[in-house]
Design a protein around this ligand. Structure first.
Ligand code: CMP
Length: 132
């Protein structure tokens, strides 16, 4: 069993899609082991996305991520990081495969409904960011 972090982003909470996303995760046999509803400050969002410091999209991303409620959760499954990345789909919903969460409900490359850790090492760091 391994663990990864998923965040339901403010575009999805605003459209009442929290339950829908959780349903998709549970159908794919992910176990929710931790979950919170948070409103990130700009400072917290910038810290979470520190790896993107200097990228042209960072300021907009920080404003968006702190614009409304978000739902970070820890998910457990065999090959959790890889399997969740597959279920979530490509960063840009327009390029995401059919059947992925971002293809189904993402609005654009920024408002792409969910974040998923991209490696076991980043999963550990991102889980520690939200959960003690
Ligand atoms: P996420 O998986 O949360 O990781 C970084 C986020 O930056 C990404 O999803 C997008 O929401 C956002 N983003 C906005 N523009 C871009 C871009 N051009 N390339 C990559 N990520 C972007």
């Amino acid at each position: 069993m391994s663990r990864t972090l998923l965040i339901i982003k403010p575009d999805a909470t605003a459209r009442n899609l929290v339950g829908h996303i959780i349903n998709r995760l549970e159908k794919a046999r992910f176990k929710i082991v931790e979950m919170r509803l948070v409103r990130l400050t700009e400072r917290e969002a910038r810290k979470f996305y520190a790896v993107h410091e200097g990228k042209p999209f960072l300021n907009d991303l920080v404003a968006f991520m702190s614009s409304g409620p978000a739902v970070p959760m820890v998910l457990e499954k065999e090959n959790a990081v890889t399997d969740l990345r597959i279920l979530v789909g490509a960063t840009d919903p327009a390029r995401a495969d059919c059947g992925t969460i971002r293809h189904e409900i993402g609005e654009n490359i920024e408002r792409n409904s969910v974040h998923a850790s991209d490696s076991d090492e980043n999963a550990r760091k991102e889980i520690a960011f939200f959960f003690d």
